[in-house]
Design a protein around this ligand. Structure first.
Ligand code: ADP
Length: 541
């Protein structure tokens, strides 16, 4: 049995106590105080102090002080700066004895001796520990050894605290990334229960986080119909993630993700199109720790796809019809074996001209729509008489139909408004042409105007097929056409109302529709009467 001298036993007990404190709690100040207390007692000191470097500064900051009250911290300032030489052996501050006397005087204590040791973390100087004694003499080697053991403990405590802080910062960073991610993210434990659920995930799925944490993942992921790809439960049943443990090769499994796409059912009964990636997180032995689930709302993507295919089908249909007609009539007229009656020639040329006009208009609309998207709309403002514009359009359209009658009703004092005449003509033409197109049985088309001190309002009312309320907004979208039998056989690109809305809104006005299906629709638009309300350069997409 080895008998340790008494002070060794005490030192060992202190070090044990300090280690316990360090593992039990991570409050650095408390641990440093404990270390300092042990150092001062072990070295029969009167006052002790631990000071640490902060942010690489040359001056140290007191983190623990024993033997005098905290109000004396500033008194020690001269001993915490101007280190000329710091080695593992000791700390050298120029004029140390002089400074020590000043400190002692300020404290009113007979401090005669100071043992100072630097604290190191690897090779980095991180602070000092001081023990002040009231008796004179120099510190023995043993004193230094004792203090060194405590200084080492303090350095470890600082190291732990730094690590803890770093981990904490990293955790907060991750949390903030997760929280601000536009994609939905949830993290599952190996039993497929939800442990993390970010804001975007909440928005996409319609579930608040508190309702789902701890629940199995398939409480949230409920597919409306069979999704495309392999879903998680199915994959897990067939042994996913394939950790490669069997052959001992690939243990990371990083590329082993699953992707599945489909429509999720939300708690309020609505649906949302999503693409989900499941990524397994494995430990070094290839055991599953977590599954990171990334959920992306693919509504816009699908809309864009849909728009693209609508665009292609509409455009090809709309281009093909006039081109086929023009080619057919031109081919017939060219036949050398035929001797056409001048009336037939006239009629055929009229069709060719009409179809060429239709093509030109279509191209014009397409260009206008893409230009609008690229650069917004610029207006050429002048004084516009809407009454004249309407009358001119009506006379033009009247020649194209004998099933419809037009009625124009404006008060005599209807005001002149500032506007872009050419573009406003497009709006009126479009509303009139639609009124004709979408009332195939004919009827009355009424165009009226009213005004208030601020704005004018034009209405175009027909007795046609009308529109159900859920279409009232959408018909102003790009390429949108109501999907019914009449629209299918009526020519159109779904651009007319889109462009009309852009023009009216660029003028600072509003456009809209009210309708009773089967009885007709009333389209209206308003325009401000004074230029100050106009927005000249509005971007519309
Ligand atoms: P287009 O007429 O070229 O299809 P528009 O943008 O002018 O494109 O109109 C979009 C859709 O709105 C039309 O396809 C049609 O279904 C509907 N619509 C427009 N005007 C009327 C109307 N007066 N009555 C009923 N439906 C209409």
């Amino acid at each position: 049995m080895v008998f340790l001298p008494d002070f060794r036993v005490r030192q060992r007990d202190y070090l044990l106590e300090i280690s316990r404190a360090m593992t039990a709690q991570l409050d650095l100040t408390e641990v440093l105080r404990l270390i300092l207390q042990a150092s001062v007692t072990m070295l029969a000191g009167e006052v002790g102090l631990i000071a640490l470097r902060e942010n690489d500064e040359a001056t140290l900051r007191v983190r623990a002080l024993i033997g005098v009250g905290p109000e004396y911290v500033p008194v020690f300032a001269p001993l915490l700066t101007g280190f000329t030489d710091v080695s593992t052996e000791g700390v050298n501050v120029p004029g140390f004895d002089q400074k020590l006397r000043q400190v002692a005087q300020a404290l009113g204590l007979p401090l005669r001796q100071a043992i100072a040791l630097p604290m190191y973390l690897a090779d980095e100087f991180i602070g000092v520990i001081y023990v002040f004694r009231t008796f004179s003499g120099t510190a023995t080697l043993n004193d230094r050894r004792v203090l060194q053991s405590f200084a080492d403990q303090a350095a470890i405590a600082v190291h732990n605290a730094r690590l803890y802080e770093e981990v904490n910062r990293e955790r907060m960073r991750l949390e903030s990334i997760l929280d601000h991610s536009a994609d939905g993210v949830m993290i599952l434990d190996p039993g497929l229960a939800i442990t993390t659920f970010n804001k975007a995930m909440s928005r996409i799925s319609g579930w608040p986080p508190e309702a789902v944490l701890g629940k199995p993942y398939d409480a949230i992921i409920t597919w409306v119909s069979r999704p495309q790809g392999v879903d998680l439960a199915e994959a897990v049943r067939s042994g996913w993630p394939y950790t490669g443990q069997a052959d001992g090769k690939d243990k990371s499994g990083a590329s082993d993700t699953l992707y599945v796409e489909g429509d999720l059912l939300r708690p309020d009964g609505t649906q949302i199109g999503v693409g989900i990636t499941y990524a397994p997180l494995l430990d070094e032995e290839g055991r599953l720790i977590n599954i990171i689930v990334n959920v992306r709302d693919i509504t816009h993507f699908r809309e864009a796809q849909q728009m693209k295919s609508t665009f292609i089908s509409v455009i090809s249909h709309e281009l093909k019809t006039p081109v086929a007609l023009i080619k057919g009539y031109a081919g017939t007229l060219r036949r050398e074996d035929a001797n056409w009656d001048p009336a037939v020639v006239q009629q055929s040329l009229a069709v060719i001209e009409e179809e060429a006009d239709r093509l030109a208009e279509l191209i014009e609309n397409l260009l206008a729509a893409s230009k609008l998207q690229a650069e917004g709309m610029r207006l050429n403002l002048e004084d516009v008489s809407l009454v004249d514009l309407v009358q001119r359009s009506v006379s033009r359209f009247q020649t194209q139909t004998d099933k419809h009658t037009f009625e124009v009703d404006f008060p005599p004092d209807f005001p002149i408004v500032p506007g872009d005449e050419e573009r406003l003509r497009q709006v009126i033409d479009n509303l009139l042409s639609n009124a004709i197109k979408y009332s195939p049985d004919g009827g009355m088309i009424r165009i009226g105007g009213t005004f208030t001190p601020d704005e004018v309002r034009i209405t175009v009312q027909d007795q046609g097929v009308g529109l159900p309320q859920d279409e009232w907004e959408r018909i102003f979208d790009r390429f949108y056409r109501v999907d019914d039998a009449l629209s299918r056989k009526t020519q159109g690109t779904g651009l007319g109302l889109y462009l009309s809305r852009a023009i009216v809104e660029a003028h600072g006005g509003k456009i809209g529709v009210h309708s009773t299906p089967g009885h007709g629709s009333t389209f209206y638009f308003t325009l401000p009467r004074y230029q100050r309300y106009l927005r000249k350069d509005r971007r519309t997409t």
